[in-house]
Design a protein. Structure first.
Length: 314
């Protein structure tokens, strides 16, 4: 960000469905095993249930409470989702109503990269004069997953994570970012209207590692930092092997990486805020730390951002 006005994250919150589906549960009804799922994905259990509106509302309310804000304080709601509850209107409008907000509201669909797309958008709008933006990533991927397909049923799940982004004098937290898309690759991961997710797993793996590394490096270069400067890497929680391979190539070890997919599965645009909130709640991020967010998703899309963590009251 340039000029005299920047943005910082001042509150966060999460929401997960009550229903837990373990690998043993899937083993009982699919041609798979706990060992097979864990070895290939790193996932041991996932949460399933609820609506995108309901999960987003719960996470958004938690973020508002953490930031000590009232609904009237928010100037815009951005909901990153690839699983809206209706084709029209935007699910953000339903969440706005449920939270009692009196501001603009819009959906952003960049698949699993959506939260970082939304974060960069929020920071840009704050630079143009917005005061406080509520950014939520929420998904109910179980609704578009064929639960009889062992290749996808073991991966995708439901959840939401939210942050409050507030204006500050000075440069703010966002030091560098990178957004990208290659629409020629949309056939490797997609869901037609009314259909289920279809995925070419090996090709997604190969492409995902490459674009995550390239995007993360581009964001760090724009921020003027290196991998050694990064205190915490928060990647999209799709597959532990992808995360490990990308981290190794970027130069960030696993002990500086946020991981929740073993408990949440792949929650698309909710996965980065879920992992970020978990790290924050466990004291893994301190004031002045550099945090790298990086995701990839259907489209194919990718997005990365480098943040300098601010002083907060939480």
């Amino acid at each position: 960000m340039t000029g005299g006005r920047g943005a910082v994250i001042t509150g966060w919150g999460t929401a997960l469905p009550d229903k837990v589906v373990t690998n043993a549960d899937l083993e009982a009804r699919l041609d798979t095993t706990d060992a097979w799922i864990t070895e290939r994905s790193g996932i041991r259990e996932r949460r399933v249930g609820g609506t995108t509106t309901g999960l987003a509302t719960d996470a958004g309310a938690a973020a508002l409470a953490a930031a000590a804000l009232e609904p009237a304080d928010i100037d815009l709601l951005i909901l990153a989702t690839t699983t809206p509850d209706q084709t029209v209107p935007a699910t953000a409008s339903a969440v706005q109503d449920a939270l009692g907000l009196t501001c603009g509201a819009m959906d952003v669909n960049a698949a699993c990269s959506g939260f970082v797309y939304g974060l960069v958008t929020a920071c840009g709008l704050i630079g143009l004069g917005a005061g406080r933006i509520l950014l939520i990533g929420a998904e109910t991927l179980s609704r578009i997953t064929d639960q009889d397909d062992r290749g996808t049923a073991v991966l995708f799940a439901d959840g939401a994570g939210a942050v409050v982004v507030e204006a500050v004098d000075g440069p703010g937290s966002l030091l560098g970012w990178d957004l990208g898309s290659d629409g020629s690759l949309r056939s490797i991961l997609y869901a037609d209207v009314g259909g289920y997710l279809e995925m070419e797993g090996r090709e997604v793996f190969r492409r995902a590692v490459r674009v995550t590394v390239d995007s993360a490096q581009a964001a760090m270069q724009r921020a003027g930092v290196t991998a050694d400067d990064i205190a915490l890497f928060v990647p999209h929680q799709a597959n532990l092997r992808i995360i490990d391979a990308a981290g190794q190539r970027i130069g960030i070890p696993s002990d500086r990486t946020a991981i929740v997919l073993d408990r949440t599965g792949n929650t698309s645009s909710a996965s980065i805020p879920l992992a970020l909130a978990d790290a924050l709640d466990h004291g893994r991020v301190r004031a002045d730390d550099l945090v790298l967010l990086s995701g990839f998703g259907a489209g194919m899309t990718w997005a990365s951002a480098v943040l300098r963590w601010p002083e907060t009251d939480k």
